[in-house]
Ligand binder design. Structure first.
Ligand code: FES
Length: 347
């Protein structure tokens, strides 16, 4: 089964001066492969003139939204200054274009829709948060507070839809807009004051690094348990590539030992040899087997799978929580086998 499929862009919508939403049509026979959970992302092969670029973009649509009986699949892309992929997409992709898209992945997801949610979004970090918000309103019952930070009013993505949702769910949804142009950059004390009355909630945070750090500290200060806080770090693959270049090599050490790795890739079984010190992703690639990946530095979770037997050690992990690890979830781009045999399963 191919990891990527060419999906047709059926709609392009300009959200703000520098953010566009792209909606993909999903043929019926691929509907199962592109079913997703709110908060997940897509990895795209962006056909840039300088060469293909792999990039991850979160879904802004919700799995509960349908158009003509099909689940809506939309991502929102905000231009990054000098960003090759984001500017290429916003400048060149029009309805009718086809893009190579990998099936959805990511662990920034909600396990219980009935609980209260405290959502922090900064700038385009609203994208996965918006998907979670819409799903929670449609199929949950808890209270939701969205704390949404932006530069100024004109940079607020989805402002109109958020206002509509607030009118539709006045008892359940509260939205607090924080604007740098009015209040300055959000401070920990302010964010903390917005947390105290929601201590039974689960918190989800996505946005620029300093905002996420401030929100996380605010939640800790307000007494939230670490395992109730979910953070989605934006993966800038330009910086990820730089990190990869600096990171330890993914290739074997000199011991000559190896592990037999059995990989269930969406129902197809592959058996490979992985040398001591080598990552599973690298070993598979060397042996001509294509596994899902994007950043290759342990930041995005597009290479995530389950260890069903054996042990691995992760060289680096910026994305999986303690609970994921305890549930046997791993990252093949960082996983080095620690047992004589290993079994992995992609679901
Ligand atoms: S490819 Fe991004 S975490 Fe492995």
């Amino acid at each position: 089964m191919s990891l990527y499929h060419a999906l047709t862009v059926v709609d392009v919508r300009h959200e703000t001066a520098d953010a566009c939403t792209f909606t993909f049509g999903v043929p019926t026979q691929l509907a199962d492969s592109y079913a997703y959970q709110a908060g997940q992302f897509l990895t795209l092969k962006v056909p840039h003139p300088e060469g293909e670029l792999l990039r991850c973009y979160s879904m802004c649509s919700a799995p509960t939204q349908t158009v003509n009986d099909q689940v809506q699949l939309s991502i929102t892309v905000k231009r990054v200054v000098d960003g090759r992929a984001s500017n290429y997409l916003c400048d060149n992709i029009t309805p009718g274009c086809r893009l190579e898209v990998m099936r959805p992945s990511g662990v920034f997801v909600v396990n219980d829709w009935q609980q209260d949610l405290l959502l922090f979004a900064g700038g385009s970090g609203i994208t996965p948060v918006f998907s979670i918000l819409k799903t929670a309103l449609a199929q949950g019952s808890g209270q939701i507070r969205l704390i949404y930070a932006n530069r100024d009013e004109r940079s607020i993505i989805f402002l109109h839809e958020l206002n509509q949702l607030r009118q539709q769910y006045p008892e359940r949804l509260e939205i607090v807009h924080l604007l740098d142009s009015l209040q300055g950059v959000p401070r920990i004390g302010l964010l903390q004051s917005l947390c105290y009355d929601m201590q039974s909630a689960r918190a989800f945070i996505c946005g620029p690094g300093p905002y996420m750090d401030a929100a996380e500290t605010a939640l800790h200060n307000a007494g939230f348990n670490a395992d109730t806080i979910h953070v989605e770090r934006f993966v800038s693959l330009d910086s990820a590539t730089a990190k990869r270049d600096e990171s330890r090599p993914q290739t074997p050490d000199a011991s000559g030992e190896h592990t037999t790795v059995t990989i269930d890739l969406y129902g197809t079984t592959h058996v490979i040899d992985c040398a001591s010190g080598e990552t599973v992703l690298n070993a598979a690639r060397e042996q001509g087997i294509e596994l899902p990946y994007s950043c290759e530095v342990g930041m995005c979770a597009s290479c995530m799978c389950e260890v069903t037997d054996g042990d691995v050690e992760l060289r680096h992990n910026d994305v999986l929580t303690e609970r994921d690890l305890n549930n046997g979830i791993t990252l093949t781009c960082q996983a080095v086998p620690k047992s004589k045999t290993l079994q992995l399963k992609y679901t």
